[in-house]
Design a protein around this ligand. Structure first.
Ligand SMILES: [Zn+2]
Length: 136
C-alpha cells in the first residue's frame, strides 16, 4: 500500500488549487503509480481510498477540475459512469467551442487548470471519441 504522504510528496500545488501529480502518467493524462511488483493504480483513486475509503463497485472518481493529473481530494468526487461521461462530454464540447471560436478561454465556467511554466499540463492528444459517442 502506498502511503498518502508518499503520494503527496510527488505532487505540486498549482495556482488554482490542483495538487498536480509529477510522476508517471497514463497516455490519457491520469497520474499513475506502481503499487506493487506488477501492479499499478491511479493516483487520484489511491488518494480517495486512503481518505474516504474503498471505491464502491460501479462508481468511479471524477475530476471536478477536469485536470486528470490532479489528486486534490476537494477536486475529486465519486460518481457513476454515466455521470462522468456526461461531465466529460460537456467539457469537451466547451473546449471545442472555445477553440473553434479562436478564443483561448472558456465562458462556460469550467475550471481550467493553469499550465505551469515550463511544463504543459494539456492533455497529450485527444483520445478516441468513445465517451462522446456513448452519450448520443
Ligand atoms: Zn484539481
Amino acid at each position: 500500500m502506498v502511503s498518502i504522504d508518499a503520494l503527496y510528496a510527488r505532487t505540486r500545488r498549482a495556482p488554482n488549487g490542483c495538487r498536480v501529480w509529477l510522476g508517471g502518467r497514463t497516455a490519457d493524462g491520469y497520474g499513475h503509480v506502481r503499487t506493487g511488483p506488477s501492479s499499478w493504480d491511479y493516483v487520484h483513486r489511491l488518494v480517495w481510498a486512503a481518505r474516504r475509503g474503498p471505491i464502491p463497485a460501479g462508481k468511479i472518481i471524477d475530476h471536478r477540475c477536469r485536470n486528470r493529473a490532479c489528486c486534490e481530494l476537494r477536486h475529486i468526487r465519486l460518481v457513476t459512469y454515466s455521470e462522468n461521461n456526461l461531465a466529460g462530454w460537456i467539457t469537451k464540447r466547451a473546449q471545442r467551442l472555445a477553440s473553434s471560436s479562436g478564443v483561448g478561454t472558456t465562458s462556460s465556467g469550467t475550471v481550467r487548470p493553469a499550465p505551469p511554466a515550463g511544463r504543459s499540463l494539456q492533455a497529450p492528444t485527444p483520445g478516441p471519441r468513445l465517451e462522446e459517442e456513448a452519450v448520443r
